[in-house]
Design a protein around this ligand. Sequence first.
Ligand SMILES: Cc1ncc(COP(=O)(O)O)c(C=O)c1O
Length: 396
Amino acid sequence: MKLSQRITHLTGGGSDGWDVFYRARRMISDGYAVTELTIGEHDIRTDPSILEAMDLSARQGHTGYAMVPGTDLLRDTVAARLQARTGVPTTRNNVLITPGGQSALFAAHVAVCDPGDVGLFLDPYYATYPGTIRGAGAVARAVQTTAEDAFQPRAEQIEAAVDGAVSLLINTPNNPTGVVYSRETLDDIATVCRNNDLWLISDEVYDTQVWDSNHISPRTLPNMAERTLVVGSMSKSHAMTGSRCGWVVGPEEVIGHLINLATHTTYGVPGFIQDAASFALNAGAELEEQIAAPFRRRRALAVEILEAQNTVGLIPAQGAMYLMLDIRATGLSGEGFANALLDTHAIAVMPGESFGSAAAGHIRVAMTIDDDRFATALNTICEFAADLAEQHAVTA
Ligand SMILES: Cc1ncc(COP(=O)(O)O)c(C=O)c1O
């Protein structure tokens, strides 16, 4: 039987650089001790206080259908949070609660893209981005950023790609690079969006993990609230990846349509999960800082280790739970390096190529194991890279 192109063409096809990840998973299930630095999943579980709120809600009967747009409590809580962080007036009518940030990304693209419209995204990118845009029926078009610009996008590169585009998807703090877009970068992006009448879909799921500055949401920039859809999530800020709770925040009219979409797709998010999320968000900044603290610590450790050597380059790590390391001095691709590292030292990292062509010759390291093992693994990566670079210099 024929299947739709929308589903069969969802992923780009090919190996797409995830082979090393699956190989590491197989080694682990075969009993090998692999140091896993691939996936963006905390090494702590959801806080017991949040689980208690979830349990209480479920036992009090919040196990039936919940309100499709989200509970009033959670929508109000998210609205108040965004208003406090951005100063942009926000009410529950600007908020749709979704099953995680991923579903919010999909909903946002369905809201603004017609079939055949171009949805822009920036390379390197979070792995699901092109498939999400294609899944919404649009054409996914990548805009390159470069390691030399520390992966900050340039307005002229976006301008050069806008033909046929209706939306631009950005992510700051960024997965996979760990880069936080500067105020100037965001101003430039906003100008491109206003000049070309683009929707800005702003993925801010790492907004609580910013190391040296404060998170800036482009929704705060002049005349941007009316054309920005913010994607948020409990996954990273509260170690609730498995709870599948996120949101889209945007103009009321868009949220109205997205409620219709939710009625015909997800039919909402479980009430006891939403109550747990409301509890977690109202628990305040201290809990969020506690959850972000291990990454803040490990990033400081990483800077120290990487400053003490000169083979591996560090893209300025300003946020999120990842480091993007430049291993081009070894003469290997990111994929070649990651495979060799797994074979030689049983350390699993993601090749930069898994996240698009702009991060070729890099590896992404997730800071998701305890500090001692993390420091040991990083030192091993640096030593391994130094040996390879020396051999490369001899043969080159
Ligand atoms: C950049 C980015 N956006 C969105 C998501 C999706 O998060 P979730 O669906 O768990 O909220 C992730 C998950 O890793 C991510 O890294």
